[in-house]
Design a protein around this ligand. Structure first.
Ligand code: ATP
Ligand code: MG
Length: 292
């Protein structure tokens, strides 16, 4: 169920966000602006879970806007005055320009974790990037690596791919630009986070082309606790590699209580109140650690 917003029509719902266009536009293709509304829905292992995390949509929107502001010089999709966001969704929506999105999740990893760790165990590489032997789960990598994924349709799983595959998908020029931009943004953002005692372990960007100029533009949400793994630097240094500010709490609970890889496992179980509250508290803490 999406919210009714005066002057806007909903055109698409992703796992977490709902897209709206002005009612005078016929479709997303002729819309001049897009309203991206972040819901409180939470997804893990590509499933939307129940219940949502109260306040999450607003926290993630605030964090995204803060990061766009930090990343001066990187073209982004924000348009107009964000104060014009309709009251029905004030605080948890962004006005953006519709872009021709590239079907690639531009992942950068500074540390080995999640699907990167899994792939490393199998092949000592991630997305075709060879790595030294003997690394442990959660280790810092010698240098950040770009490990793209193919963005699946709603309901499918994103799939890790090699850089060569991204060249086939979008051409060499765009593929190289996406990689360079992703590595640059990761390096700037991780320095900002580190200065605040927070490790940016990995993150995912999405880019699109401006429909008129073709300029490659940073889109979607950026550097939020949904699209990134954030760890507490002090806890990490003390050997605690589980003190994360992202939805790892949700992933851990789900994988301990449900078969996340069995396609016939039925719908995921409901999140317990304690997990919902811990996740909300961690999301709030990240926002204040970074932006205070
Ligand atoms: P998940 O991120 O959990 O994989 P999802 O990608 O299916 O889920 P959401 O992130 O909930 O969906 O929805 C946001 C959608 O809006 C994505 O499909 C994203 O690619 C798209 N999007 C973001 N910014 C723009 C933009 N400027 N122009 C066009 N589409 C955009
Ligand atoms: Mg998304």
């Amino acid at each position: 169920m999406t919210i009714e917003i005066e002057g806007f029509t909903d055109v698409y719902s992703g796992k977490v966000r709902d897209l709206y266009i002005p009612t005078d536009a016929v479709s997303i293709d002729d819309a001049e602006t897009l309203l991206v509304v972040a819901s409180d829905r939470v997804s893990a292992y590509d499933h939307v879970l129940e219940p949502g995390i109260p306040g999450k949509g607003e926290l993630l929107t605030t964090l995204s806007l803060w990061w766009f502001d930090q990343l001066s010089g990187i073209p982004n999709h924000l348009v107009g005055d964000q104060a014009d966001v309709p009251v029905e969704v004030a605080g948890r929506a962004m006005l953006v320009k519709p872009l021709d999105m590239f079907p690639i999740e531009c992942v950068v990893r500074g540390y080995l974790s999640g699907s990167g760790w899994k792939e490393y165990l199998e092949s000592q590489s991630v997305c075709g990037v060879a790595l030294p032997s003997g690394l442990e789960n959660g280790d810092r990598l010698p240098e950040p690596i770009y490990t793209p994924a193919f963005k699946a349709e709603l309901g499918d799983h994103d799939e890790n791919i090699t850089f060569e595959r991204t060249i086939e998908l979008v051409g060499a020029d765009v593929a190289e630009r996406l990689r360079a931009l992703s590595l640059e943004i990761y390096s700037r953002a991780s320095a900002i986070a580190e200065a605040r005692g927070v490790i940016l372990a990995d993150t995912k960007f999405e880019f699109g082309a401006d429909r008129v100029s073709g300029e490659i533009t940073l889109a979607d949400e950026v550097l939020t606790s949904d699209s990134s793994r954030y760890w507490d630097a002090e806890a990490y240094a003390a050997g605690d590699r589980l003190a994360s500010f992202d939805k790892q709490i949700v992933r851990n609970w789900l994988s301990a209580n449900w078969n996340t890889t069995d396609p016939n496992a039925g719908p995921p179980p409901e999140l317990p109140t304690a997990i919902v509250e811990q996740t909300a508290a961690r999301y709030r803490e990240l926002l204040s650690r970074l932006t205070a």
